[in-house]
Design a protein around this ligand. Structure first.
Ligand SMILES: Nc1ccn([C@@H]2O[C@H](COP(=O)(O)OP(=O)(O)OP(=O)(O)O)[C@@H](O)[C@H]2O)c(=O)n1
Ligand SMILES: C[C@](O)(CO)[C@H](O)COP(=O)(O)O
Length: 376
């Protein structure tokens, strides 16, 4: 299932105040909209992102477009902005529609919506109302309201793409959200787990709340890895999961895939969880001749179990031969499959050492790698 995100940011933020609309104001180092977009950019299941901007903010479009994000001009009401975004959306099966004004969205909330869309036409996060509810005028309670069965609606609200486009076309009037539009068209919408931290910035006080939430929840880690294997007898080498015919092999306890070992160490490094030898000791005979994807999958699974999303890996192989370029795409595909992220987040490249040192003399292959992990 191909999943797109549509982030609406064309409102004027009148209730929040400030010199610029709320989505352009800063929360720490980044603007509100940047936090919201980053929540989807780093999510491994999101393939494309479109954002909707106000006509007066289109000067901001180029910076997003340079990152591969589709930008479209919004309308006077939120639902008009959503419709403009839906019309410009890249090809996908389902779309998650999110307020730019919700910068603290996390991967668990997004995952819940995506999961529910396998069995429902629509799905959106909600929080059961826990406070007592009153009706009132400005300073006096005029009545109470039963809270049973009431939910506070959040975004992202997810739908099968064709169905929500049709629902918006036939909707008359101004909708509170896309769930209202979907339900008016007869779609069923599942309620998934919302998060009290997934607040919408609406009033001036919400900026400080959102900043506290982001400070508390964001954990970004970078790990690096380095490994070397010597050439020995053989007729092929394994590099990043790809078998490459060569007049020598690489020597090692396992299949000696120097690329996968380095990537594995980069992930363990980001988790501060030792190195490949800690988890798969070379003294243990069960790993003799083992396929190295076992090690990389273990590291990626460990990251996931600790609540991290692997957002990017970058690996540089250092050798004179074999030539890596013709195999780089197959290597990227293989690594992406092993660690369960999009291939666009996997980089495999190579360099020579200009005939200097042990790699230059063709005695072995070295590799360095970086992995980025995010918990939000
Ligand atoms: N014509 C509009 C109105 C709203 N939005 C977006 O819809 C989200 C939720 O709307 P809301 O919080 O009501 O934002 P504003 O309309 O900007 O706020 P206000 O009502 O205070 O002016 C925001 O990300 C906002 O930018 C939009 O894209 N186009
Ligand atoms: C879509 C929404 O975020 C759901 O809670 C909300 O309805 C949009 O904002 P508004 O404050 O209701 O305009």
């Amino acid at each position: 299932m191909r999943v797109c995100a549509l982030i609406v940011a064309a409102g004027r933020g009148t209730r929040a105040g400030g010199l610029r609309p709320k989505q352009w104001q800063f929360l720490g180092e980044m603007r509100v909209i940047d936090h919201s977009v980053a929540g989807f950019e780093r999510h491994p299941k999101i393939s494309d992102i479109a954002i909707v901007l106000h006509a007066g903010d289109m000067a901001e479009a180029a910076a997003f477009e340079a990152r591969g994000i589709t930008v479209v001009r919004g309308g006077a009401e939120r639902s008009a902005s959503v419709q403009a975004g839906l019309a410009a959306l890249p090809d996908c099966d389902v779309v998650l529609i999110h307020d730019a004004a919700r910068p603290c969205v996390n991967a668990t909330v997004i995952d819940g919506v995506i999961e529910a869309l396998h069995s429902h036409e629509g799905a959106a996060p909600g929080l059961a109302v826990t406070d007592a509810l009153w009706t009132g005028n400005t300073d006096t309670v005029t009545g109470t309201q039963d809270r049973a069965g009431l939910f506070a609606a959040q975004t992202p609200q997810g739908f099968h793409r064709a169905a929500i486009i049709a629902a918006h076309v036939q909707y008359n009037g101004i909708a509170a959200d896309d769930v209202a539009v979907a339900r008016a068209a007869g779609m069923t919408v599942a309620i998934t787990a919302g998060d009290a931290d997934n607040i919408k910035i609406t009033t001036p006080q919400d900026f400080a709340r959102a900043a506290r939430i982001l400070e508390k929840t964001m954990d970004i880690r970078t790990g690096n890895g380095f490994d070397v294997h010597a050439f020995g007898a053989g007729d092929h080498v394994m590099l990043c999961g790809v078998k490459i015919p060569h007049d020598q092999g690489l020597v090692g306890h396992s299949d000696a895939d120097v690329g996968l070992h380095t990537l594995t160490d980069a992930i363990y490094g980001a988790l501060a969880a030792g190195d490949i030898g800690t988890h798969f000791p070379p003294s243990d005979p069960q790993w003799k001749g083992a396929q190295s994807h076992i090690f990389l999958r273990h590291a990626a699974e460990m990251a996931r179990a600790q609540g991290f999303t692997l957002t990017h890996v970058d690996c540089t192989l250092i050798c004179e031969h074999p030539k890596v370029g013709p195999h780089a795409q197959a290597m990227r595909d293989a690594v992406a499959e092993m660690i369960g992220i999009e291939v666009g987040r996997v980089s495999v490249k190579a360099t020579t050492s200009e005939r200097l040192g042990f790699t230059g003399r063709g005695e072995g292959i070295a590799c360095m790698a970086t992995a980025t992990l995010v918990k939000s």
